[in-house]
Design a binder for this molecule. Structure first.
Ligand code: PLP
Length: 419
């Protein structure tokens, strides 16, 4: 089935009340039929509900639907995008291991890798997404994953999936891709050979800035790459914390199984069933929204590039953009709603951010309402001149997240603000 259809139907068949809408199972725990039933559930002899930290029916519908949309085998929903990314990394790494990641990443992921995980002995090695071959020499026997974003936030770069997947496959290293900005509608990294996909569902999935959430999707190639490999003993040796279970010897997709039974069980960043339900509502019209976000963003990018006060526009599907070739190859049906542009100075950019009336000054993306950010005076204020340059943030850079308003109104607002 096609994605528009899966987004409405996958993972849910009417429940015992014939409820057409997916029900919200607001419950912490579940009653067992008998002591034997409980024992079988804990032993994975039978699948079923135990406790909402480990699984919940509403969340399960979301996980099945997301896995279907990404072309994956299984999914695990978490309380935020950052917890999904953290669990995906911790599922593979322990102290002494390293992550090879692109420099062009979400700010929270950069601080997770360069500061927080470093304190626990996990090292990060970074390459420039426009020189993918650099990744190859960074990989060694303690490298557990190669990490990058489909469309990076906020730098708006699209990587060369072909080169990066080839490097990872040749070395036998798991690839993890953050597909938040593209959403499962515009790109399916698993189809491009990626093993594991993560999302912040707080952005385009809800579409209305309603709730925080994240999800990990395991592709069919992960099991093979983990099986019997010296690099990944935790999937092939008995887990003493789960009565000797060997994740690769069960019939279930091992990456998501271990993340659930070990990490989610012990660390507990489980989503609220209510939030899972909100994401299910968002998925129903995600394909329509992504099409509109993408076409409005492209139109605005073109309009901005012919404006005399604009020095440069970054949008992957704009001809001449540094990511144009990769975007044309890997993004189907649009390049999403993020774009950025540069004006002459810090003051000029600040003035524009202050003068818009329709765009909101918010540090979020993927909302139905349009958003403007001036990174140099807000999100990146603490950085030195050199650090700003490394992050691709110039003093006159403005980032836009294009919403679903009439594109003519958005252009008129920008025209007024640019003056
Ligand atoms: C927002 C975002 C995250 C973090 O997600 P939260 O849900 O805010 O924790 C991770 N990656 C990207 C690309 C994002 O845009």
């Amino acid at each position: 089935m096609r994605k528009e259809t899966l987004a409405l139907h996958a993972g849910y068949e009417k429940d015992c009340q014939n409820s057409m809408a997916v029900p919200i199972y607001m419950t912490t725990a579940y009653a067992f039929d008998s002591a034997e039933h409980a024992a079988d559930l804990f032993a994975l002899k039978e699948l079923g509900n135990i406790y909402t930290r480990i699984g919940n029916p509403t969340t399960d519908f979301l996980e099945k639907r997301y896995a279907a949309l990404e072309g994956g085998e299984a999914a695990l929903a978490t309380a935020s995008g950052m917890s999904a990314i953290t669990y995906a990394i911790l599922n593979l790494c322990e102290a002494g291991d390293n992550v090879v990641a692109s420099k062009q990443l979400y700010g929270g992921t950069i601080t997770l890798l360069t500061h927080t995980l470093k304190r626990y002995g996990i090292e990060v090695r970074m390459f420039d997404v426009h020189s993918p071959n650099e990744a190859e020499r960074l990989v060694d026997e303690r490298t557990k994953l190669l990490f990058f974003e489909t469309i990076s936030n906020p730098s708006i770069d699209v990587p060369n999936f072909g080169t990066l997947v080839d490097i990872a496959n040749e070395k036998g290293v798991i690839t993890v891709v953050d597909n938040t900005v593209a959403s499962p509608i515009l790109c399916n990294p698993i189809e491009l050979g990626v093993d594991v996909v993560v999302h912040s569902t707080s952005k385009y999935t809800t579409g209305q800035g309603l709730a925080l959430g994240g999800i990990i999707v395991e592709g069919g190639s992960a099991k093979e790459k983990l099986k019997d490999k010296k690099r990944y003993p935790q999937f092939n040796e008995p887990d003493a914390s789960y009565h000797g279970l060997v994740y690769n010897e069960t019939p279930f997709p091992p990456f998501v199984l271990r993340a659930r039974l070990s990490l989610l069980r012990d660390m507990g960043a489980a989503p609220s069933p209510f939030n899972s339900w909100l994401f299910i509502q968002g998925l129903e019209h995600l394909s329509l929204r992504m099409r509109q976000h993408s076409s409005s963003a492209l139109e605005i990018a073109k309009w901005l590039s012919s404006h005399p006060k604009v020095k440069k526009v970054n949008y992957p599907l704009l001809k001449g953009d540094k990511s144009f070739e990769n975007a044309s190859k890997y993004l189907k049906g649009g390049a999403s709603g993020l774009l950025s542009f540069e004006v002459e100075s810090f003051d000029e950019a600040k003035k524009i951010a202050n003068s818009v009336e329709l765009f909101s000054r918010v540090v979020n993306i993927g909302d139905s309402k349009s958003i403007i950010t001036h990174p140099a005076s807000t999100t990146h204020q603490q950085l030195t001149h050199e650090e700003l340059e490394a992050a691709g943030v110039t003093p006159g850079l403005i980032r836009l997240s294009i919403g679903l308003e009439a594109v003519e109104d958005l252009i008129e607002d920008l025209e007024r603000a640019l003056g």
